[in-house]
Design a protein around this ligand. Sequence first.
Ligand code: ZN
Length: 90
Amino acid sequence: MKCRKCSAEIADKAIVCYRCGTPTQDLPSVSGPPPRSRRSTLLSLVFWLLVVAVAIAIYLYAASKQAEYTPKVKLEVPRYKLSAYVDTPA
Ligand SMILES: [Zn+2]
């Protein structure tokens, strides 16, 4: 038979053309890749959701660390000012 794309003479049992690689017929395996790519798309989606979740977790952790750190500074300054104020008259 002849290749439907490049018209090369190929064996009747050939699945693809030896010259251009075009499938000789529409095989069921052609409809196979879509589910696989859909699964890999889902996997990549889960992967990116994980990446985003980890990024948010790191951000929240850093934000909570900053929130813990900020009041300490705010509390230390009045205490120091208060002690300085108390010490000066005495
Ligand atoms: Zn061909």
